[in-house]
Design a protein around this ligand. Structure first.
Ligand code: NDP
Length: 403
């Protein structure tokens, strides 16, 4: 029985709040606050309709720390769940410290004027959370999030050491639009246009964005081109798997997506430096995000499946030599939409955000300080993943990946 305050009212928040309401024994009192209150009200109405549970809503600019502190103090939650944008991570963490409440998010902090996402800013809060006797859990989405938990499950149950690790993120969904992003367009485009980085022999190696492409046959989706890119869990995995020789992240993109993105980049529409337009400063990428379809409107038309997993190779726990395992979840866009009114990209993020929150509220995962997903027992989390709409499976492959 706990009170929780969720910040942000996009697709991820919508799924997380629906799923919290479906676990009312843990989340007995749900509060939802965001910049646009009408979006909170729409989520609350859908939750009421689907589950009968009441969600109370508020308007807040999460970057206004004093206002956040007041809101937290007035509601007295056990946990603040940050499902707004990465830019708000630090102000919300500041407010949590001041108001004395635990914190969770799904994406690491990124400064608005620098497309650079790293854990260093949030790891720097560790001592302050520890001294205050508070807990912050970072990156409790799918990737980052479940991919780290999958990796630690393999380390616990299958492999004594992990030598190589590849995270494969496939969205085989089709939304019928020429070009749209499945989550916040600004964050998504900043991520895919950044240089690729992978972990190799103790350091990050940088290569040009989208320059390494591999065709891979994904179960229940089929053959797709995936591109190597940087993703934030590589930083925490390299830290918590010190034996890791090589860690890479791959994401699938269709040829149409690449074509549109290339043109948009070439004409300067993905820039994050302000430009003067009709006497006003505008940021091209923010303008682009404003004209693209809103991710939360894609759910109704999206068909197909996501398939996200980890392939890891290392020394088997049972002493049988080097082994390779593939652990993954496959999620159907239409099923996700039928259950919560959101497509699978929001669903696969919102469900783990709810589960991470449940781990903290039930005390199954606990500690004082700032933590990553790799630091806790993966079994309890993955048990809940199975029970809450994202079943996972593991298989042994014949040998290491050859790409
Ligand atoms: P959306 O853009 O759909 O939603 C973001 C929400 O945050 C909006 O409701 C927005 O308000 C609100 N918001 C933005 N700025 C503020 C502010 N200053 N104060 C209060 N609220 C604010 O994003 P998504 O739902 O797609 O993504 C949410 C988060 O999840 C992001 O951080 C994203 O990076 C992360 N994510 C993580 C994944 C993972 O697997 N780990 C995968 C996908 C996403 P408004 O409606 O007014 O714009």
């Amino acid at each position: 029985m706990s009170t929780v305050l969720v910040i942000g009212a996009g697709g991820v928040s919508s799924v997380a709040v629906h799923k919290m309401a479906m676990n009312a024994d843990i989340f007995s009192d749900i509060h939802l606050a965001s910049r646009t209150k009408s979006k909170c009200d729409a989520i609350a109405a859908s939750v009421k309709d689907r589950t009968g549970q009441q969600v109370k809503t508020y308007e807040i600019d999460a970057e206004e720390v004093p206002a956040m502190i007041n809101l937290i103090r007035s509601l007295n939650p056990s946990l603040v769940v940050n499902l707004a944008l990465p830019y708000q991570d630090l102000p919300i963490m500041d407010a949590c410290l001041e108001a004395g409440v635990d914190y969770l998010d799904t994406a690491n902090y990124e400064p608005k004027d620098e497309a650079k996402f790293e854990y260093k800013w949030q790891w720097a809060y560790h001592d302050r959370f520890k001294e205050a006797g508070l807990m912050a859990l970072l990156g409790s989405g799918f990737d980052p999030g479940v991919t780290s938990v999958f990796s630690m499950w393999l380390k616990k149950h299958k492999l004594k050491t992990i030598r190589t690790l590849d995270i494969l993120d496939c969205n085989g969904g089709d939304h019928g639009q020429a070009f749209a992003t499945n989550f916040n367009p600004e964050i998504n485009i900043r991520e895919v246009t950044a240089p690729a980085r992978h972990w190799e022999n103790g350091e990050f190696v940088e290569t040009p964005a989208m320059s390494k492409k591999v065709a891979f046959d994904f179960e229940e989706v089929g053959q797709k081109n995936m591109y190597m890119m940087y993703h934030e869990e590589l930083e925490s995995l390299a830290k918590f798997l010190p034996e890791l020789e090589r860690g890479r992240f791959w994401m699938t993109f269709g040829d149409e997506y690449i074509k549109h993105l290339t043109v948009l980049q070439n004409v300067g529409m993905t820039g994050i430096e302000p430009i003067q337009f009709q006497g006003k400063d505008i940021i091209p990428l923010q303008f682009l995000a404003a004209v693209l379809p809103k991710p939360e409107t894609l759910g109704e038309t999206t068909k197909g499946k996501t398939n996200i997993g980890v392939i890891a190779t290392g020394e088997a726990l049972d002493g049988s030599g080097e082994k390779t395992f593939y652990i993954k979840n496959i999620c159907n866009h239409e099923d996700a939409y039928a259950e919560t009114g959101n497509q699978a990209v929001s669903y696969t993020t919102g469900v783990p955000a709810m589960i991470g929150s449940a781990m903290m509220l039930t005390g199954k995962w606990k500690g004082d300080g700032v933590f990553n997903m790799e630091e806790f027992d993966p079994d309890l989390f993955l048990e809940m993943l199975n029970e809450n709409g994202l079943p996972w499976k593991v298989e042994e492959l014949a040998g290491p990946v050859e790409f």
